[in-house]
Design a protein around this ligand. Structure first.
Ligand SMILES: [Zn+2]
Ligand SMILES: [Zn+2]
Length: 277
């Protein structure tokens, strides 16, 4: 199984010279496991994923969207596999919004005047199937694995879905855009329990997270919060993720050395982690 990072930046892309070592694309992480391609989030990182999948002629694609903030969906209109007829439908799992199914949410996002095509035109190609994630815990079964999702309200205004993928022998947990606090720590630790890889929101350096109100307002965690979840959950490796768009390579290089001894690493665009099954 391979986990690869295609977009690690939070809030908005940072295609500037001082940010390219870690990367400027917004969130997208891909798991390749026995023929399945599982994609977390559709930030601008998913554009490159799409190009690769077209070349490989892959059709067993599952996209899980944590929430509908722009940085997690802005690459979707440019995901090339949507535009071809495929042997199997691409499945997109995304959150409901108020009373709206994810179908409706996407329909509004993929429409005029924002883009020159509509979701229904894509669906006309019979290429996609949309599944709505509700707030209650849910488990999706695959041929050789299981995806579990829970919802947390600790991200403004409508919360976020957290995902855990279990293959036959490995566990990958993806938790982004979430503010750790004492009220939810137990739940997060239980969800991440014994992960081989934990990918966790690391938007703030503790010293820059400022007043408690500030970090709450944005609904994000610090590098230290992420490490705490890793340690308490007994997870083997932590990859920091969803960096503040103001953090240049120089700032992130400074953080790197501080955490490596704890098996906690900075994710960067293009990073591949191989896990033997
Ligand atoms: Zn985000
Ligand atoms: Zn968000």
């Amino acid at each position: 199984m391979i986990v690869k990072f295609y977009g690690i930046r939070g809030s908005h892309p940072t295609p500037n010279a001082n940010f390219l070592k870690y990367g400027g694309n917004t969130p997208c992480v891909v798991i390749r496991d026995k023929g399945k391609v599982i994609i977390f989030d559709g930030g601008t990182g998913i554009i490159e994923v799409g190009k690769e999948l077209i070349k490989e002629d892959r059709s067993d694609i599952y996209i899980f969207i944590s929430h509908s903030h722009y940085d997690h969906i802005q690459g979707l209109p440019f995901f090339k596999p949507f535009f071809r007829r495929s042997k199997r439908k691409i499945k997109i799992y995304g959150p409901s919004f108020l009373e709206k199914s994810y179908d409706k949410v996407l329909e509004e996002f993929l429409s005029s005047p924002f883009i020159p095509f509509s979701l229904n035109e894509l669906r006309g190609k019979d290429s996609i199937e949309i599944i709505t994630l509700e707030e209650k815990e849910k488990i999706f079964l695959f041929e050789n694995g299981v995806m579990k999702t829970i919802h947390s309200k600790n991200h403004p205004l409508h919360g976020v879905h957290l995902f855990s993928y279990l293959s036959s022998s490995k566990k990958i947990t993806y938790m982004t855009d979430i503010k750790v606090d004492d009220g939810i720590m137990k739940e997060l630790v239980a969800f991440a329990r014994d992960s081989d890889i934990l990918i966790f929101d690391s938007f703030f350096l503790k010293k820059e997270s400022g007043e408690e109100d500030e970090s709450k307002r944005f609904g994000h965690s610090s590098f230290e919060d992420a490490l705490k979840v890793k340690e308490l959950s007994g997870s083997k490796m932590l990859y920091f993720f969803h960096y503040n768009p103001d953090y240049s390579d120089e700032i992130l290089d400074g953080v790197k050395k501080e955490f490596e001894k704890n098996n906690a690493f900075l994710s960067f665009e293009g990073l591949e982690v191989n896990l033997d099954d």
